[in-house]
Design a binder for this molecule. Structure first.
Ligand SMILES: Cc1cc2nc3c(=O)[nH]c(=O)nc-3n(C[C@H](O)[C@H](O)[C@H](O)COP(=O)(O)OP(=O)(O)OC[C@H]3O[C@@H](n4cnc5c(N)ncnc54)[C@H](O)[C@@H]3O)c2cc1C
Length: 303
């Protein structure tokens, strides 16, 4: 029996209530809607189940991949021959504790921003249109319209691969532009606490509506994508460079540089991961030749 089958058997026996999926199509879990199956996926609903999944995997020498909402992720067409963990159940809750918002790692930012709005708390308006989960957004230090997760995260509760839980302060998270200490994939983000300020509900709502309208106007939200394909290079904007090189509309198979926003590659129908990677490479080469700027992918690749 291989290690993953052994992991499946052990988890099935030890936690019959935990959802486990074998050969789970990853195209269902990423906003690009591409990618082959993950060999094994666990969807723990509690800290106990998450601990069991990670500890058992560690005993078998298996390193799990932590999946959020898949909105910054590409998965190889051949799939991922490993173990994926995606938070469910209690990790999808938002609570208020001493005027701090606490959110599980699986909560979507849109829900979190709405929970802040309901309570008249300001600070998360910028995040309401980012289609990530708390875990993915903290990992990426996601940001928009001059806001970044690092400005509002007070602390993050994590689980290491042995199942030990600890809390990390904002300073310990090593936040920088689209970077955090969690990028090495060694800790599962269970939850985060957010420090927000009391604000006026109508003003918070108006700001969220305005930012979301701007997003809708500028971004190809009607097509599957993973948002901005490349990071912002120092002193430049990736979209402007790509546009300047005349690459809007450029296609490889079903992957296309969006006509609406050159920073986005969209799945214009039937794209494969290979199409998207080939288009990314073509863009990188053409932009480098024309401008001397080396674009760096923001989107993560799981293979
Ligand atoms: C239409 C569109 C618009 C977007 N706009 C923006 C934007 O304005 N600003 C911006 O910054 N991004 C944007 N993005 C990209 C994306 O939404 C963000 O990067 C988001 O933070 C990713 O979160 P996720 O939950 O989808 O993470 P995933 O894509 O699932 O994963 C991203 C990384 O986080 C890790 N991760 C996920 N969950 C956990 C966890 N619980 N514990 C540990 N590690 C974890 C993964 O292993 C991976 O390395 C956009 C994407 C789309 C599709």
């Amino acid at each position: 029996m291989d290690y993953l089958s052994e992991l499946y058997t052990r988890l099935r026996a030890a936690a019959p209530g935990m959802e486990l999926r074998q050969n789970e199509p990853m195209s269902r879990h990423v906003t690009f809607k591409v990618g082959g199956p993950a060999a094994l996926m666990a969807l723990p609903k509690t800290v106990g189940e998450a601990g069991l999944a990670l500890r058992t995997a560690a005993e078998l020498g298996i390193e799990p991949f932590f999946l959020g909402n898949g909105s910054n992720l590409l998965v190889a067409d051949e799939g991922y021959p490993g173990f994926v963990v995606r938070l469910a159940g209690e990790f999808d809750q938002v609570r208020e504790v001493n005027r701090r918002l606490w959110a599980g790692g699986g909560v979507l930012l849109s829900r979190l921003a709405n929970a802040a709005l309901d309570r008249g708390l300001t600070g998360l308006e910028f995040a309401s249109g980012i289609p990530g989960s708390v875990g993915g957004a903290v990992t990426m230090n996601a940001g928009a319209y001059s806001g970044e997760l690092c400005q509002v995260v007070e602390s993050v509760t994590v689980m290491d691969r042995q199942g030990n839980v600890s809390r990390m302060s904002n300073a310990a998270c090593d936040f920088a532009y689209r970077h955090s200490a969690f990028e090495d994939g060694k800790r599962l983000i269970l939850s985060a606490r957010f420090a927000l300020q009391p604000g006026d509900r109508a003003e918070i709502k108006a700001k969220m509506d305005d930012l979301n309208a701007r997003r809708k106007e500028k971004q190809p939200l009607e097509w599957p994508s993973a948002g901005s394909t490349f990071k912002r290079p120092q002193g430049h904007f990736a979209a402007a460079l790509i546009d300047q090189c005349g690459l809007k509309g450029l296609r490889v198979g079903g992957a296309q540089v969006s006509e609406k926003h050159a920073g986005f590659i969209v799945n214009a129908g039937g794209a494969t991961c290979a199409d998207i990677l080939a288009l990314m490479e073509e863009i990188r080469q053409r932009v480098f030749q024309a401008t001397g700027v080396a674009l760096e992918p923001e989107v993560r690749l799981l293979r």
